[in-house]
Design a protein around this ligand. Structure first.
Ligand code: ASP
Ligand code: MG
Length: 456
């Protein structure tokens, strides 16, 4: 069995769904299990509807729901045979009536709980998976719909729920292999349910995670993540176009890239796959002939020190100094207690005896953080910084990487540098305005002679 996940853009229209059917058809002998995201920007639209409802803007939410229905109906009608139109309409009616009732309830109560957010945002994947199933049958693929909420079981942390793995794996294994013998199983990503059957979701971008959980649960031969880019690149294309495609990368490298901003993959995605040693492929549904990126435990050896350069923009640098803490203990504990209390994750950190520099991505509670830190230290903060992170397993074996970094960045003001304990990343913090120059300089330094076995 093979898990194939298609993201929102891959199923955004009738034409896109037809393309997907063609891709899946080519894999039929491998017993594909298809996981789909909501069509296009549907999840965002559903969340907007929830906001409109809680503000009590009745006409607006009625119109928004109508628009969403029209969109689904228009695209679906083109990929569903005439004989199935009545069934399609009935199903869309049911879903949108239910959604309307839910939204009205929220408007009446004037309160949006995480649980009701999940109930609303679940409609995107519920609709897309149903429509894709009908479309597959229309295009000659024998397909069967499976409601993910029956097999992916989570805890109660709505909007960010964590799977209960043993029970989920048990249900996946008890359901899917039997269905996949002679049919393409189609299921929605992102959505799940608690043990009591209450709808939950795995968090934004969670369909990749679903694919990985399903792959692990059924012991798939591979997990394919079909998206709208050619795979992982040596540099973020929004910052520096023209990077090389990375043909193969390790699980650890891919996870590191995801943590440091690579948008292609949800960071948690790789975990169930790593545990069961299942290769993950990233492929482009618009250019299926491109081989994409393969993520495996042990990729082919690479001559280059660096595999890719990731960036995280819009981060805040926090500098903390306390001469009072010289030779005293507990400085770091006091600092981190503040970040803990303010529920703000710290990304990168560099320390000396009396000073600590660190970066945060979420600056929502920065005023509170600085005021608490000011009680025992001098604090300064700098917004609009960027982390530029070199990732590669070879960084640890290659002497002189840091020297090359400094050489390449000789004209850029580096605010902070950190080599992670994982030894496979080396990160620098630069001002947001310098990020492009920094990435270009590093890319030239590390990729003048890319190993053809690894890079395209
Ligand atoms: N539809 C969900 C989202 O937009 C999940 C996903 O697409 O991965 O976040
Ligand atoms: Mg995604």
């Amino acid at each position: 069995m093979l898990v194939m996940k298609f993201g929102g853009t891959s199923v955004e229209s009738a034409a896109a769904i037809e393309r997907v059917a063609g891709i899946v058809k080519g894999r039929l002998p491998r017993h594909p299990v298809v996981v789909v995201s909501a069509m296009g920007k549907t999840t965002n639209k559903l969340l907007a509807i929830a906001q409109t409802a809680v503000q009590g803007k009745r006409e607006d939410y009625i119109r928004q729901i109508q628009d969403l229905r029209d969109f689904h109906s228009r695209e679906a009608r083109q990929v569903v045979p005439l004989s199935e139109r009545a069934e399609l309409d009935r199903n869309l009616d049911d879903h949108f009536q239910e959604l309307m009732e839910l939204v009205k309830g929220i408007a009446v109560i004037g309160e949006l709980t995480p649980r009701s957010i999940d109930a609303i945002s679940s409609y995107g994947e519920r609709l897309s998976s149903y429509i894709v199933t009908l479309a597959f049958n229309h295009f000659g693929l024998p397909a069967i719909h499976l409601d993910s909420r029956k097999v992916i079981v989570t805890d109660h942390r709505h909007t960010q729920a964590a799977p209960l793995f043993p029970e989920t794996y048990r249900r996946l294994d008890a359901t899917i292999p039997a269905l996949a013998v002679d049919r393409v199983v189609v299921m929605g990503g992102f959505i799940a349910a608690t043990e009591e059957g209450v709808t939950s979701t795995l968090g934004r971008g969670g369909s990749d995670f679903t694919a990985s959980i399903v792959g692990a649960g059924i012991g798939a031969e591979a997990i394919e993540i079909w998206t709208d880019v050619d795979g992982m690149l040596t540099a973020d294309p929004t910052i520096m176009p023209g990077g090389h495609r990375v043909k193969s990368i390790s699980f650890a490298e891919a996870a590191e890239l995801a943590y440091f901003g690579a948008k292609v993959l949800h960071p948690a995605t790789v975990i169930p796959a790593i545990e069961r040693n299942i290769p993950v492929m990233i492929l482009n549904s618009r250019r299926p002939e491109v081989a994409g990126t393969v993520i495996v435990a042990n990729p082919v050896p690479c001559r280059n020190a660096v595999k890719s350069i990731a960036c995280k923009r819009n981060i805040t640098l926090v500098n903390i100094q306390s001469s009072r803490m010289f030779m005293a203990h507990g400085f770091l504990r006091r600092i981190f207690e503040v970040f803990d209390r303010c529920e703000t994750p710290v990304d990168m950190i560099a320390t000396s005896e009396v000073s600590v520099s660190l970066t945060i991505e979420n600056a929502a509670r920065l005023p509170e953080i600085t005021s608490a830190l000011s009680e025992f230290s001098e604090v300064s903060t700098e917004p609009d910084q960027a982390i530029v992170c070199l990732v590669g397993e070879n960084i640890r074996h290659t002497p002189g990487v840091a020297a090359s970094v400094f050489q390449a960045l000789r004209n850029v003001n580096v605010r902070m540098i950190s080599q992670g304990a994982s030894l496979l990343n080396l990160g620098v913090v630069v001002a947001g305005k310098d990020v492009r120059a920094a990435v270009e300089a590093l890319h030239t330094e590390f990729f003048t002679d890319p190993d053809p076995e690894v890079f395209d």
